[in-house]
Design a protein around this ligand. Sequence first.
Ligand code: TUI
Length: 296
Amino acid sequence: MAWVATGELAAAVSQAGGLGVIGAGNAPADVIRKEINKVKEKTSKPYAVNIMLLSPFVDDIVDLLIEEKVPVVTTGAGNPGKYIERFKKIGTRVIPVVPSVALARRMEKIGADCLIAEGTEAGGHIGELTTISLIPQIVDAVNIPVIAAGGIADGRGMAAAMALGAEGVQLGTRFVCSKECTAHENFKKAIIDARDRDAVVTGRVTGHPVRNLKNDLTREIQKLERKGASKDEIEELGTGRLRLAVKEGDINQGSVMAGQIAGLINDIQPVELIINNIIEETDGILTDLGGKNNGA
Ligand code: TUI
Protein backbone atom coordinates (compact mmCIF):
# COMPACT_ATOMS: atom_id res chain seq x y z
CA MET A 1 0.00 0.00 0.00
CA ALA A 2 2.22 2.78 -1.31
CA TRP A 3 1.93 6.11 0.63
CA VAL A 4 -0.60 4.43 2.97
CA ALA A 5 1.60 1.74 4.55
CA THR A 6 4.11 4.05 6.21
CA GLY A 7 6.53 3.30 9.03
CA GLU A 8 3.94 4.41 11.62
CA LEU A 9 1.37 1.84 10.45
CA ALA A 10 3.93 -0.95 9.95
CA ALA A 11 5.36 -0.40 13.45
CA ALA A 12 1.89 -0.48 15.03
CA VAL A 13 1.02 -3.75 13.25
CA SER A 14 4.31 -5.42 14.24
CA GLN A 15 4.03 -4.15 17.80
CA ALA A 16 0.50 -5.62 18.04
CA GLY A 17 1.71 -9.08 16.97
CA GLY A 18 1.28 -8.93 13.19
CA LEU A 19 3.95 -8.41 10.56
CA GLY A 20 3.82 -4.75 9.60
CA VAL A 21 4.63 -3.95 5.99
CA ILE A 22 6.00 -0.68 4.60
CA GLY A 23 4.77 -0.18 1.03
CA ALA A 24 7.64 1.14 -1.09
CA GLY A 25 5.36 1.84 -4.07
CA ASN A 26 6.94 4.28 -6.51
CA ALA A 27 8.93 6.10 -3.82
CA PRO A 28 12.71 6.62 -4.10
CA ALA A 29 15.05 4.80 -1.72
CA ASP A 30 15.77 7.78 0.58
CA VAL A 31 12.04 8.08 1.38
CA ILE A 32 11.83 4.37 2.26
CA ARG A 33 14.99 4.56 4.38
CA LYS A 34 13.17 7.10 6.59
CA GLU A 35 10.13 4.82 6.88
CA ILE A 36 12.39 1.90 7.91
CA ASN A 37 14.02 4.11 10.55
CA LYS A 38 10.58 5.02 11.94
CA VAL A 39 9.78 1.31 12.40
CA LYS A 40 13.12 0.62 14.07
CA GLU A 41 12.55 3.52 16.47
CA LYS A 42 9.09 2.32 17.48
CA THR A 43 9.53 -1.45 17.72
CA SER A 44 12.16 -4.17 17.88
CA LYS A 45 9.71 -6.68 16.34
CA PRO A 46 10.21 -8.00 12.78
CA TYR A 47 8.71 -5.99 9.92
CA ALA A 48 8.59 -6.19 6.12
CA VAL A 49 8.97 -3.91 3.14
CA ASN A 50 6.92 -4.46 -0.02
CA ILE A 51 8.79 -3.87 -3.27
CA MET A 52 6.48 -2.71 -6.06
CA LEU A 53 8.20 -4.25 -9.05
CA LEU A 54 6.88 -1.66 -11.55
CA SER A 55 8.62 1.14 -9.65
CA PRO A 56 11.29 3.09 -11.55
CA PHE A 57 13.38 2.85 -8.35
CA VAL A 58 13.15 -0.91 -7.89
CA ASP A 59 16.92 -1.56 -8.11
CA ASP A 60 17.71 1.20 -5.59
CA ILE A 61 15.04 -0.15 -3.25
CA VAL A 62 16.50 -3.67 -3.46
CA ASP A 63 19.99 -2.28 -2.66
CA LEU A 64 18.57 -0.37 0.32
CA LEU A 65 16.74 -3.39 1.73
CA ILE A 66 19.90 -5.46 1.45
CA GLU A 67 21.99 -2.74 3.13
CA GLU A 68 19.39 -2.44 5.93
CA LYS A 69 19.10 -6.24 6.25
CA VAL A 70 15.31 -5.88 6.35
CA PRO A 71 13.97 -9.09 7.99
CA VAL A 72 11.19 -9.78 5.48
CA VAL A 73 10.58 -8.60 1.93
CA THR A 74 7.29 -8.96 0.09
CA THR A 75 6.94 -8.17 -3.62
CA GLY A 76 4.02 -7.12 -5.78
CA ALA A 77 2.99 -6.33 -9.34
CA GLY A 78 5.46 -8.69 -11.04
CA ASN A 79 7.97 -11.51 -10.89
CA PRO A 80 10.77 -10.89 -8.33
CA GLY A 81 12.87 -13.83 -9.62
CA LYS A 82 16.06 -11.90 -10.37
CA TYR A 83 16.27 -10.44 -6.84
CA ILE A 84 15.54 -13.49 -4.69
CA GLU A 85 19.08 -14.91 -4.58
CA ARG A 86 20.58 -11.72 -3.10
CA PHE A 87 17.98 -11.63 -0.32
CA LYS A 88 18.35 -15.34 0.48
CA LYS A 89 22.12 -14.91 0.82
CA ILE A 90 21.72 -12.50 3.75
CA GLY A 91 18.87 -14.41 5.40
CA THR A 92 16.04 -12.04 4.41
CA ARG A 93 12.76 -13.94 4.07
CA VAL A 94 11.10 -13.41 0.70
CA ILE A 95 7.33 -13.51 0.30
CA PRO A 96 6.11 -12.75 -3.24
CA VAL A 97 2.49 -11.78 -3.87
CA VAL A 98 1.17 -14.15 -6.53
CA PRO A 99 -2.08 -14.04 -8.50
CA SER A 100 -1.76 -17.46 -10.16
CA VAL A 101 -0.70 -21.08 -9.62
CA ALA A 102 1.98 -20.81 -12.33
CA LEU A 103 3.75 -17.92 -10.60
CA ALA A 104 3.33 -19.60 -7.20
CA ARG A 105 5.11 -22.73 -8.47
CA ARG A 106 7.89 -20.68 -10.06
CA MET A 107 8.44 -18.70 -6.85
CA GLU A 108 8.62 -21.85 -4.72
CA LYS A 109 11.17 -23.36 -7.11
CA ILE A 110 13.53 -20.37 -6.88
CA GLY A 111 13.45 -20.17 -3.09
CA ALA A 112 10.47 -18.08 -1.88
CA ASP A 113 9.94 -18.77 1.84
CA CYS A 114 6.19 -18.25 1.76
CA LEU A 115 3.59 -16.80 -0.64
CA ILE A 116 0.85 -14.22 -0.41
CA ALA A 117 -1.96 -15.41 -2.70
CA GLU A 118 -4.00 -12.32 -3.48
CA GLY A 119 -7.48 -12.46 -4.99
CA THR A 120 -8.98 -9.87 -7.30
CA GLU A 121 -11.11 -8.47 -4.45
CA ALA A 122 -8.01 -6.59 -3.24
CA GLY A 123 -7.39 -2.89 -3.71
CA GLY A 124 -4.68 -1.46 -5.95
CA HIS A 125 -2.96 -3.59 -8.57
CA ILE A 126 -4.83 -6.88 -8.95
CA GLY A 127 -4.93 -10.26 -10.67
CA GLU A 128 -7.94 -12.04 -12.19
CA LEU A 129 -8.86 -14.87 -9.80
CA THR A 130 -11.02 -14.51 -6.71
CA THR A 131 -9.58 -15.31 -3.29
CA ILE A 132 -11.93 -18.29 -2.85
CA SER A 133 -10.74 -19.88 -6.11
CA LEU A 134 -7.08 -18.92 -5.87
CA ILE A 135 -6.18 -19.97 -2.32
CA PRO A 136 -6.99 -23.71 -2.43
CA GLN A 137 -5.43 -24.08 -5.89
CA ILE A 138 -2.17 -22.49 -4.72
CA VAL A 139 -2.24 -24.39 -1.41
CA ASP A 140 -2.47 -27.66 -3.38
CA ALA A 141 0.27 -26.63 -5.82
CA VAL A 142 3.07 -25.72 -3.37
CA ASN A 143 4.65 -26.96 -0.13
CA ILE A 144 5.49 -23.57 1.39
CA PRO A 145 3.04 -21.65 3.60
CA VAL A 146 0.37 -19.55 1.89
CA ILE A 147 -1.02 -16.29 3.25
CA ALA A 148 -4.39 -15.20 1.85
CA ALA A 149 -5.16 -11.64 0.76
CA GLY A 150 -8.00 -9.87 -1.01
CA GLY A 151 -11.43 -9.32 0.51
CA ILE A 152 -10.48 -10.04 4.13
CA ALA A 153 -11.28 -7.53 6.89
CA ASP A 154 -12.61 -9.51 9.85
CA GLY A 155 -12.59 -12.89 11.59
CA ARG A 156 -15.12 -14.34 9.16
CA GLY A 157 -12.76 -13.64 6.26
CA MET A 158 -9.77 -15.00 8.17
CA ALA A 159 -11.61 -18.18 9.21
CA ALA A 160 -12.69 -18.69 5.59
CA ALA A 161 -9.10 -18.24 4.39
CA MET A 162 -7.91 -20.81 6.93
CA ALA A 163 -10.63 -23.22 5.83
CA LEU A 164 -9.20 -22.88 2.30
CA GLY A 165 -5.76 -23.87 3.58
CA ALA A 166 -4.11 -20.50 4.20
CA GLU A 167 -1.86 -20.17 7.26
CA GLY A 168 -2.36 -16.44 7.69
CA VAL A 169 -3.95 -13.39 6.14
CA GLN A 170 -2.82 -10.04 4.81
CA LEU A 171 -5.12 -7.06 5.33
CA GLY A 172 -4.88 -3.81 3.42
CA THR A 173 -8.12 -1.81 3.33
CA ARG A 174 -8.98 -2.63 6.97
CA PHE A 175 -5.69 -1.12 8.18
CA VAL A 176 -6.18 2.05 6.11
CA CYS A 177 -9.06 2.74 8.50
CA SER A 178 -6.86 2.48 11.57
CA LYS A 179 -5.93 5.23 13.98
CA GLU A 180 -2.23 4.79 13.21
CA CYS A 181 -2.56 5.01 9.41
CA THR A 182 -1.32 8.43 8.31
CA ALA A 183 -3.52 8.62 5.19
CA HIS A 184 -5.66 11.78 4.85
CA GLU A 185 -8.95 11.68 6.79
CA ASN A 186 -10.86 12.11 3.49
CA PHE A 187 -9.27 8.87 2.20
CA LYS A 188 -10.34 6.97 5.32
CA LYS A 189 -13.84 8.50 5.20
CA ALA A 190 -14.22 7.47 1.53
CA ILE A 191 -13.65 3.85 2.58
CA ILE A 192 -16.05 4.12 5.51
CA ASP A 193 -18.71 5.64 3.22
CA ALA A 194 -18.14 3.06 0.46
CA ARG A 195 -20.77 0.45 -0.32
CA ASP A 196 -20.37 -3.07 -1.69
CA ARG A 197 -20.11 -2.16 -5.41
CA ASP A 198 -18.06 1.03 -5.11
CA ALA A 199 -14.57 -0.46 -5.64
CA VAL A 200 -14.19 -0.61 -9.43
CA VAL A 201 -11.41 -1.71 -11.77
CA THR A 202 -9.70 0.61 -14.23
CA GLY A 203 -6.68 0.18 -16.47
CA ARG A 204 -7.32 -3.32 -17.81
CA VAL A 205 -6.08 -2.17 -21.24
CA THR A 206 -2.75 -1.11 -19.75
CA GLY A 207 -2.08 -4.64 -18.52
CA HIS A 208 -1.95 -3.27 -14.96
CA PRO A 209 -5.53 -3.24 -13.69
CA VAL A 210 -6.12 -1.28 -10.50
CA ARG A 211 -9.07 -1.36 -8.09
CA ASN A 212 -10.13 2.07 -6.75
CA LEU A 213 -13.23 3.58 -5.23
CA LYS A 214 -15.51 5.03 -7.93
CA ASN A 215 -14.99 8.80 -8.36
CA ASP A 216 -14.41 11.50 -11.01
CA LEU A 217 -11.03 9.98 -11.87
CA THR A 218 -12.31 6.42 -12.41
CA ARG A 219 -15.20 7.80 -14.54
CA GLU A 220 -12.73 9.78 -16.67
CA ILE A 221 -10.48 6.73 -17.14
CA GLN A 222 -13.46 4.52 -18.01
CA LYS A 223 -14.57 7.11 -20.59
CA LEU A 224 -11.10 7.03 -22.16
CA GLU A 225 -11.16 3.22 -22.12
CA ARG A 226 -14.54 3.17 -23.93
CA LYS A 227 -13.12 5.55 -26.56
CA GLY A 228 -10.26 3.09 -27.13
CA ALA A 229 -7.54 5.41 -25.78
CA SER A 230 -3.97 4.15 -25.79
CA LYS A 231 -2.22 2.47 -22.85
CA ASP A 232 0.08 5.51 -22.52
CA GLU A 233 -2.82 7.99 -22.38
CA ILE A 234 -4.51 5.99 -19.61
CA GLU A 235 -1.30 5.48 -17.64
CA GLU A 236 -0.52 9.19 -17.89
CA LEU A 237 -3.91 10.09 -16.44
CA GLY A 238 -3.21 7.83 -13.45
CA THR A 239 0.25 9.23 -12.66
CA GLY A 240 0.60 10.80 -9.21
CA ARG A 241 -3.05 10.18 -8.37
CA LEU A 242 -2.49 7.87 -5.40
CA ARG A 243 -0.39 10.49 -3.64
CA LEU A 244 -3.04 13.11 -4.44
CA ALA A 245 -5.71 11.07 -2.66
CA VAL A 246 -3.64 9.77 0.27
CA LYS A 247 -1.63 12.90 1.09
CA GLU A 248 -3.74 15.81 -0.23
CA GLY A 249 -7.09 14.19 0.49
CA ASP A 250 -8.41 14.82 -3.05
CA ILE A 251 -10.76 11.86 -3.26
CA ASN A 252 -12.45 13.10 -6.46
CA GLN A 253 -9.41 13.48 -8.71
CA GLY A 254 -7.11 11.14 -6.78
CA SER A 255 -6.84 7.36 -6.88
CA VAL A 256 -8.58 5.94 -3.79
CA MET A 257 -7.18 2.41 -3.93
CA ALA A 258 -9.34 0.09 -1.82
CA GLY A 259 -10.64 -3.46 -1.95
CA GLN A 260 -14.16 -4.81 -2.42
CA ILE A 261 -14.40 -5.32 1.34
CA ALA A 262 -14.53 -1.50 1.82
CA GLY A 263 -18.32 -1.80 2.24
CA LEU A 264 -17.79 -3.82 5.43
CA ILE A 265 -15.58 -1.22 7.11
CA ASN A 266 -17.53 1.31 9.15
CA ASP A 267 -15.08 2.79 11.62
CA ILE A 268 -11.53 3.80 12.44
CA GLN A 269 -9.98 1.65 15.15
CA PRO A 270 -6.55 1.30 16.76
CA VAL A 271 -4.43 -1.36 15.04
CA GLU A 272 -4.16 -3.44 18.20
CA LEU A 273 -7.95 -3.63 18.54
CA ILE A 274 -8.37 -4.57 14.86
CA ILE A 275 -5.87 -7.43 15.25
CA ASN A 276 -7.21 -8.67 18.61
CA ASN A 277 -10.82 -8.62 17.37
CA ILE A 278 -9.93 -10.55 14.22
CA ILE A 279 -8.02 -13.21 16.12
CA GLU A 280 -10.78 -13.59 18.71
CA GLU A 281 -13.51 -13.76 16.06
CA THR A 282 -11.53 -16.27 13.99
CA ASP A 283 -10.92 -18.50 17.01
CA GLY A 284 -14.62 -18.40 17.91
CA ILE A 285 -15.72 -19.31 14.39
CA LEU A 286 -13.19 -22.13 14.01
CA THR A 287 -14.21 -23.55 17.41
CA ASP A 288 -17.92 -23.36 16.51
CA LEU A 289 -17.33 -25.01 13.14
CA GLY A 290 -15.17 -27.69 14.77
CA GLY A 291 -17.99 -28.32 17.25
CA LYS A 292 -20.49 -28.72 14.41
CA ASN A 293 -18.18 -31.21 12.69
CA ASN A 294 -18.11 -33.28 15.88
CA GLY A 295 -21.89 -33.39 15.91
CA ALA A 296 -22.12 -30.95 18.85
O1 TUI B 1 1.16 -4.79 -5.82
C1 TUI B 1 0.05 -4.84 -5.34
N1 TUI B 1 -0.76 -3.77 -5.24
C2 TUI B 1 -0.46 -2.51 -5.69
S1 TUI B 1 0.96 -2.03 -6.42
C3 TUI B 1 0.33 -0.51 -6.65
S2 TUI B 1 1.19 0.77 -7.43
C4 TUI B 1 0.63 0.67 -9.04
N2 TUI B 1 0.12 1.76 -9.54
C5 TUI B 1 -0.32 1.77 -10.79
C6 TUI B 1 -0.26 0.65 -11.60
C7 TUI B 1 0.23 -0.49 -11.07
C8 TUI B 1 0.68 -0.50 -9.78
C9 TUI B 1 -0.91 -0.42 -6.17
N3 TUI B 1 -1.34 -1.55 -5.63
N4 TUI B 1 -0.47 -6.01 -4.91
C10 TUI B 1 0.21 -7.23 -5.06
C11 TUI B 1 -0.13 -7.89 -6.33
N5 TUI B 1 0.76 -8.35 -7.15
N6 TUI B 1 -1.36 -8.08 -6.81
C12 TUI B 1 -1.22 -8.76 -7.99
C13 TUI B 1 0.13 -8.91 -8.18
C14 TUI B 1 0.83 -9.53 -9.25
C15 TUI B 1 0.40 -9.45 -10.56
C16 TUI B 1 1.15 -10.06 -11.58
C17 TUI B 1 2.01 -10.22 -8.95
C18 TUI B 1 2.73 -10.82 -9.94
C19 TUI B 1 2.30 -10.74 -11.24
O2 TUI B 1 3.10 -11.37 -12.11
C20 TUI B 1 2.89 -11.31 -13.48
C21 TUI B 1 3.99 -12.16 -14.06
O3 TUI B 1 5.05 -11.58 -14.31
O4 TUI B 1 3.79 -13.37 -14.13
